[in-house]
Design a protein around this ligand. Structure first.
Ligand SMILES: CC(C)(COP(=O)(O)OP(=O)(O)OC[C@H]1O[C@@H](n2cnc3c(N)ncnc32)[C@H](O)[C@@H]1OP(=O)(O)O)[C@@H](O)C(=O)NCCC(=O)NCCS
Length: 340
């Protein structure tokens, strides 16, 4: 049966619409679950809203989204993601974006080839190479797929390498904010003999604080993950109007961090830098960080959350899957061949 976490997701409902010759007659409805109460559930179907009394529901379950997102949806999300991770040095080639941030993270130091570059494709790639050469940086291009497949083919022909794929995942915010934040076993697991998590109150007593700026300790954890923090990194992290930095303290020590930024005309909450110290993992802290940021984003009017995660990051993908995220699209970071 359905739970509050299913609100915002696509579901199928088999309901009983009558009885003929002593047997129930069924009808199936497919749509997004808008509301779930004790007595009714409301579905947004292709034909409009449908309110079904719970008493009529024979079976109901969540189903995966079947349709690929439209090109427009991919472009809108990529633009929202760019706003949420703003590179301080920027240029344009027609609709394409050129971004640089002292080399800090691939996303902020790559071209985003969506839309029309106002010139033939080979000339556009030449121009990207020149722009980065002038900055003394390697040329990178992030290709959202399948949208930028033609660009990918051009880069293949030029011998550009590809980093491991990144998944862009999304989920409706109401269900993310309502998902239980506490891990039921958190107290039990953090016993006094848990040397790694040597703190008396158990991890469930850890405190999550949302701040409008990152603390120095927060930045140190981020630096550890992303390999240092040049000046441009502070810009990338903070130059967004609506942004929050989650700090999780246990016994006054910062043990987990996360960042949430609302962009895309207020629709999208972008989650980034979700990081839990190794000694504090599997105690529900990442889940709590995401829950707090989701509640903040929802209160601010955002409707959906997105994040980017490397396909090989199995721990993070397991976490996000558990929280209801599904893959919207993927991208490859392409790297120009080194020219001697
Ligand atoms: C990914 C990460 C943030 C998870 O943090 P965490 O606090 O350990 O996660 P939680 O305890 O909240 O996990 C909640 C659920 O997610 C899933 N999960 C989390 N880590 C998992 C792992 N290593 N393997 C399998 N499932 C995992 C489980 O379902 C888990 O519930 P359970 O412990 O009851 O089984 C942490 O491993 C980390 O900091 N990794 C390095 C940084 C990173 O990769 N960040 C993500 C970048 S996109």
């Amino acid at each position: 049966m359905l739970r509050q976490q299913d609100v915002g997701h696509r579901i199928v409902v088999r309901r009983i619409v009558g009885i003929r010759e002593g047997r129930p007659l069924f009808s199936d409805a497919l749509g997004e679950l808008v509301e779930l109460s004790e007595t009714h559930l409301t579905l947004a179907t292709a034909k409009g809203q449908l309110r079904v009394p719970v008493a009529q529901v024979h079976r109901a379950k969540r189903v995966p989204p079947t349709r690929r997102p439209t090109a427009t949806a991919v472009v809108a999300l990529e633009r929202a993601a760019d706003e949420a991770w703003p590179a301080p040095t920027r240029g344009r080639l027609g609709d394409w974006l050129l971004r640089s941030a002292d080399g800090w993270t691939g996303r902020a130091n790559s071209a985003l080839p969506i839309g029309d570059p106002d010139r033939p494709l080979p000339a556009a790639v030449d121009a990207v190479e020149r722009w980065y050469a002038e900055l003394g940086q390697p040329a990178l291009i992030n290709t959202p797929l399948p949208l930028a497949a033609p660009v990918g083919a051009e880069l293949d022909a030029r011998g550009w390498a590809a980093r491991p794929p990144t998944l862009v995942q999304t989920t409706p915010l109401p269900s993310l904010a309502s998902a239980p934040a506490e891990a039921p076993l958190a107290d039990l697991r953090a016993t006094a003999s848990d040397a790694a998590g040597a703190q008396a109150g158990g991890w469930s007593s850890a405190v999550v604080e949302l701040a409008s700026a990152p603390s120095e300790e927060w930045l140190a954890i981020a630096a550890g993950r992303k390999g240092g923090l040049p000046e441009a990194a502070r810009h990338v992290l903070t130059a967004v109007d609506q942004v929050r930095f989650a700090h999780v303290y246990a016994d006054d020590a910062l043990v987990a961090i996360g960042r949430g930024a609302v962009t895309g005309q207020g629709r999208w909450l972008g989650l980034s830098l979700i990081e839990v110290l190794p000694s504090a993992r599997r105690q529900g802290l990442a889940r709590r960080v995401i829950h707090e940021l989701a509640s903040w984003g929802l209160a601010g009017g955002a409707t959906h959350a997105f994040l980017q995660v490397e396909q090989r990051n199995t721990a993070a993908i397991a976490l996000y899957q558990r929280l209801g995220f599904t893959t919207h699209h993927t991208y490859l970071t392409r790297v120009a061949p080194h020219r001697a």
